[in-house]
Ligand binder design. Structure first.
Ligand code: ZN
Length: 300
C-alpha cells in the first residue's frame, strides 16, 4: 500500500495532457506546410487514448460543465492502534481513503484512490443526501475514542466519559491533508463533517475531543458566529426555549437528519447530541438548552 506523504494523485490529471494536446494541435496547424507529413500523425496519435479493442477515444475536447464527484469529507477515529487500524482498513470489509497514525510524526496512508469509493460511512445522510460513501472522502484517525463511560446510551460530557486525546501533530497533519483535498474538490466548509454528524443514530466518532473549533480557526470546516450565538442564548434564557419542532427544523437546516415529530424523541436527542459534540463539546447530552440553541441558530 502506498505511503502518502507525497501529494495524492490529482483527480483531473488527464486535463493537463489534454491541454497539451490541444496546444500541440494548434502549433501543428500553423506549421502545416512544413511538418504535415511527419509531425501531425504523431501528435494525433498522442491525443487519442487507446480504448477497448484498439478503439480510438478522442480526449482533446473537455466539457466546460463538470465538477468533482466528491462533495464531503468524513472524519473518523479508528478505536484501534496503528497496526490494527492499518490491518482492519486494508484487509477487512471496511476502508477509508486516508489513515493518519498517532506516531510522534504521524504517518499518512492513502488506502483508496480518491476517485474510488471507500467503505467508511455506511448508512448515512447529510443535507438529505444519503450513501455518503459514493460522494465523500473518508479519513480515519488513529485514536482510541471512548475509553470508558459511566452510563450506556447517549453520553454526558468529557467530565463523565473518558476519551482519548488527539495529538497536536495529528491535528497539524490533518489540516494540511484536508486543505489539499478541499482545494482540489472545492469542498464547502459545512461539508467537512464527523461520522457522528452523518450517522447520529449509530456513531459517536470522531468524539467530543476532536478540535473542530481549532480546525475552523485554520480555515477547515464550518463554525458559528460566537457573538451572535451568545445574543441568541441570552434571548432564549429570557423568553424561554423554542419548541422542539423549531429545534428539529434548525437541525435539518444545518444538515442533520432529524424527525419532524415535534417530540424530543431518541432520534432527535441523538442528532442534537451529535451537534453538541461538534459545536459544544463541554456537554453533549442531546438535551436542548439556551447555549446549544443559540449556537444552532447562529450557525450559517
Ligand atoms: Zn467512523
Amino acid at each position: 500500500m502506498a505511503s502518502m506523504n507525497t501529494q495524492p494523485q490529482h483527480p483531473n490529471r488527464h486535463s493537463g495532457t489534454n491541454l497539451a494536446c490541444a496546444a500541440s494541435t494548434r502549433t501543428a496547424r500553423r506549421a502545416w506546410h512544413t511538418f504535415a507529413v511527419l509531425v501531425l500523425p504523431v501528435l494525433l496519435a498522442a491525443c487519442a487514448s487507446r480504448g477497448p479493442q484498439g478503439l480510438s477515444i478522442d480526449q482533446s475536447v473537455q466539457a466546460k460543465s463538470q465538477n468533482s464527484r466528491v462533495s464531503t469529507i468524513v472524519l473518523h477515529y479508528t478505536s484501534a492502534n496503528n497496526e490494527a487500524s492499518l490491518r482492519i482498513l486494508s484487509e477487512r470489509n471496511v476502508s477509508a481513503h486516508y489513515l493518519v497514525t498517532d506516531e510522534a510524526k504521524p504517518h499518512v496512508y492513502q488506502l483508496v484512490n480518491e476517485n474510488r469509493r471507500a467503505w467508511h460511512a455506511g448508512v448515512s445522510e447529510w443535507y438529505g443526501r444519503s450513501d455518503l460513501n459514493s460522494t465523500s472522502i473518508g479519513i480515519e484517525i488513529v485514536n482510541q475514542g471512548l475509553m470508558s463511560s459511566p452510563r450506556s446510551g447517549y453520553l454526558q460530557g468529557p467530565g463523565a466519559d473518558k476519551w482519548d486525546d488527539y495529538s497536536t501533530q495529528q491535528v497539524r497533519t490533518l489540516v494540511v491533508l484536508i486543505k489539499d483535498i478541499m482545494a482540489r474538490h472545492q469542498i464547502k466548509p459545512e461539508n467537512i463533517v464527523g461520522h457522528s454528524d452523518v450517522a447520529p443514530q449509530r456513531k459517536i466518532d470522531p468524539g467530543p475531543l476532536f478540535p473542530w473549533r481549532a480546525l475552523a480557526e485554520q480555515g477547515v470546516g464550518r463554525w458559528y458566529d460566537e457573538t451572535l450565538a451568545r445574543k441568541y442564548a441570552a434571548e432564549f434564557l429570557l423568553n424561554g426555549l423554542p419548541p422542539t419542532s423549531w429545534v428539529q427544523a434548525e437541525l435539518r437546516r444545518v444538515g442533520y437528519t432529524t424527525p419532524d415529530s415535534g417530540m424530543l424523541d431518541k432520534a432527535t436527542i441523538n442528532a442534537l447530541g451529535a451537534f453538541q459534540m461538534h459545536y459544544r463539546p463541554a456537554r453533549y447530552d442531546g438535551r436542548p438548552d439556551a447555549e446549544t440553541l443559540g449556537m444552532l441558530k447562529a450557525l450559517p
